[in-house]
Design a protein around this ligand. Structure first.
Ligand code: PMP
Length: 300
């Protein structure tokens, strides 16, 4: 869980978060067309550092383009603004959330203007630190939208409604989160995280066809390769996932969440050894003490 810091960046200036209001008739609200991205920042001996901020901003700009939002800011301006936002939090750990949205009124299907507005909020984590093991559920009919209907690489508000309802259902069934299946019935992803299994010593994650190109996912694959752990980006059958040696979620605010139970059945110790090893490597990178991945940090 994260709470928004008192000040956020809105169209070039830091303002009180409570003053940043969206009209109820805005296209962003009526049609769910707001696009967003979220990155993390972490304490280092040289002050807070943003993790892979350029990749988050590039993905944010791709999402905006896909929805037809025309923005007045490019990657460099957004990176500078993000640094300002982190400084304004006065903290050394949290999230940065970029949003772009149409404000043009009347709930027509097509927005009346393609002008996009940008807000960048600092968010503080209520429970920083390594996440506790979680329980996940799967349901045969809890699936990702078909990529022909909704491109899974676009982070747009409307895409999260189905996953939100599926998570609610998983919680009602006693789990913490849902793992959605793809059209073929294989593992896809969780509502806001990618999914990994460790099978026979290899780290296995579904390919990008049905899932978001998570920046943590990409980092896990890079770290596994650096550690000499074999990686597989292949369709992940449900039964393989259920019987894996370890399973975990990956996402910016985690970065890895070990899974202790799938559909009510306990797996081995969570975190298992591979999950723990990758988590340690993440923590070293976040804290600026891992030379090999130094270029992933932007010091604030
Ligand atoms: N999948 C979805 C659908 C998401 O919303 C997120 C969160 N951005 C992720 C996966 C994880 O992506 P990342 O590692 O870039 O946070």
């Amino acid at each position: 869980m994260a709470v928004t810091a008192p000040r956020l960046w809105l169209e070039g200036a830091l303002v009180d978060a409570t003053d940043a209001k969206l009209p109820v008739m805005a296209h962003a609200a009526q049609r769910g067309s707001l696009v967003f991205d979220a990155g993390s920042f972490h304490p280092t001996p040289r002050g807070p550092a943003l993790f892979r901020a350029r990749e988050h901003i590039a993905r944010f700009l791709r999402s905006a383009r896909a929805v037809g939002l025309e923005l007045s800011y490019g990657e460099e301006e957004l990176l500078r603004a993000s640094v300002e936002v982190v400084r304004a939090t006065g903290r050394d750990e949290g999230l940065v959330r970029w949003s772009a949205f149409f404000t043009a009124g009347a709930p027509d299907l097509l927005p009346r203007s393609s002008r996009g507005h940008v807000a960048i909020a600092g968010q503080l984590l209520e429970e920083p630190g390594v996440p506790k093991p979680i329980r996940v559920a799967t349901f045969p009919d809890a699936r990702k939208a078909a990529p022909e209907a909704l491109d899974p690489s676009v982070k747009v508000g409307a895409a999260y409604l189905g996953p939100m309802l599926h998570r609610r259902r998983a919680k009602a069934a006693g789990a913490d989160d849902i793992v959605l299946l793809d059209r073929e019935g294989h593992i896809a992803e969780a509502p806001v995280a990618n999914v990994f299994a460790v099978v026979g010593g290899a780290v296995w994650t579904p390919p990008l066809r049905y899932v978001l190109a998570g920046i943590t996912r990409d980092s896990v694959l890079a770290l596994a390769r650096a550690e000499g752990i074999p990686v597989r980006e292949e369709p992940l059958p449900l039964e393989t996932f259920r019987n894996a040696d370890e399973v975990f979620l990956s996402g910016t605010s985690l970065p890895l969440a070990p899974i202790s139970h799938v559909d009510g059945r306990a797996l081995g110790p969570a975190p298992g050894p591979v999950t723990a090893r990758l988590t340690q490597r993440f923590l070293a990178i976040h804290s600026g003490s891992d030379e090999a991945f130094r270029e992933w940090l932007t010091y604030v």
